[in-house]
Design a protein around this ligand. Structure first.
Ligand SMILES: [Zn+2]
Length: 379
């Protein structure tokens, strides 16, 4: 079949099993057994491993890869896949934030696909090349942010210096186990940053130009939950009710972003590949929300009015400032310069933002000049 006649992806698809609620992490061994997995590879990061949190999974015989870094790169992916084969694994448990989940999803894919990785990227039209079913993967988020546990996409920093997206139904974890108790020990700054990622998913998918009214309803409800709970979760990390609401918000954002995202993510992704790549995805999204909403305002005013009501406001015009105030209240940085981004770097980022896979569904066209202006405004 030629590329052009290939059936496109369905507009609405909610496919993987989700187990949600305090204590649900205890289900992981049973789930693995039901998938016939006897020796899983646990993919996580050093911090969580040092805290001993993976013990909560109650795994029997398993192998460990704890090398996930912020904005993981290709070297980590290769090491993770090598660990999988060396240890004779037959399934994967992804345990951590979006970085560990995305790395594990791509590692599962690369156990059954030939390198190089880049040929499978959205930017290279690679979705159709992802064909072989990967080993079973159970995703267990320990932050309430990325929504990667229910998403068909994953991002990775490539050796070419770009942070690229990958998209295929085969990247979807077999099951997501969302236990809000796992997020209780998350420090306030990470709670705020990951929570703003979840909130930005709800905002951007709702405003995305693609038509999917099911996703719209989910995004609006998820946004309301996140908006009402994030201050409480940041102020008191032990507030399980707030943690649960934030995890719902993250899950709903992840379920909705099959509608694709917008310029907040387009601007954020190139910065996630910059320099030593320590810039946190959620922190960046938080900072771009207000400027992008002002930029998009005329192109999506009626929808912004609906969005306003979901967060207890009365009119569209109040929305951008409300997000600016929220990140200030949460103590998140409001300027790129506060994150140590050199102003000289901005010019090179703008064309990457335009080419990003999230740009096409932003409500207003984003060219290089506009991207540069938004970077300058946020600097
Ligand atoms: Zn995001």
């Amino acid at each position: 079949m030629s590329e052009s006649r290939r059936l496109r992806a369905p507009d609405i698809a909610y496919l993987n099993d989700v187990y949600f609620g305090p204590g649900s992490v205890a289900l992981v061994p049973e789930l693995l057994a039901s998938y016939g997995v006897s020796r899983p590879l646990l993919v996580t990061d050093e911090n969580l491993a040092a805290l001993g949190l993976p013990a909560r999974l109650g795994l029997g015989a398993h192998a460990l890869y704890a090398g996930t870094e912020t904005n993981p790169g290709e070297a980590s992916l290769r090491a993770c896949v090598a660990r999988y084969w060396d240890a004779g694994c037959d399934g994967i448990v992804a345990f951590g934030g979006g970085a560990s989940l995305d790395l594990a999803k791509l590692a599962a894919m690369m156990t059954v696909h030939e390198p190089p990785l880049e040929q499978y990227a959205i930017a290279a039209g690679g979705g159709a090349r992802i064909k072989a079913p990967p080993p079973p993967l159970v995703a267990v988020p320990t932050t309430a942010g990325s929504g990667s546990e229910v998403g068909r996409a994953a991002l990775l920093r490539l050796e070419s210096g770009r942070k690229l997206g990958f998209l295929s139904p085969l990247l979807l974890p077999r099951a997501a186990v969302c236990d809000p108790e796992l997020t209780l020990s998350m420090p306030p700054r990470l709670t705020a940053a990951t929570g703003m990622d979840a909130i930005s998913h709800c905002v951007e998918t709702f405003l995305s130009t693609r038509v999917n009214v099911v996703a719209d309803a989910i995004a609006l409800d998820g946004l309301g939950r996140g908006w009402r709970a994030i201050r409480g979760a940041v102020a008191d990390g032990a507030d399980l009710e707030a943690r649960e609401q934030m995890m719902q918000c993250a899950l709903m954002g992840g379920l909705a972003f099959q509608k694709s995202l917008g310029a907040v993510h387009s601007l954020s992704h190139p910065l996630g590949a910059l320099g030593d790549a320590r810039l946190h995805h959620g922190t960046l999204n938080a900072l771009f929300l207000a400027p992008v909403l002002r930029f998009n305002y005329e192109a999506c005013r009626p929808k912004l009015g609906v969005l306003a009501r979901a967060i207890g406001l009365t009119s569209a015009v109040e929305v951008p400032d409300a997000f600016a105030r929220l990140i200030e209240e949460l103590g998140l940085p409001r300027r790129l310069r506060a994150l140590g981004v050199p102003r000289e770097a901005l010019a090179a980022l703008a064309p990457q933002a335009v080419e990003d896979h999230c740009t096409a569904t932003n409500p207003r066209a984003l060219g290089e000049r506009e991207a540069r202006q938004l970077y300058e405004e946020a600097w």
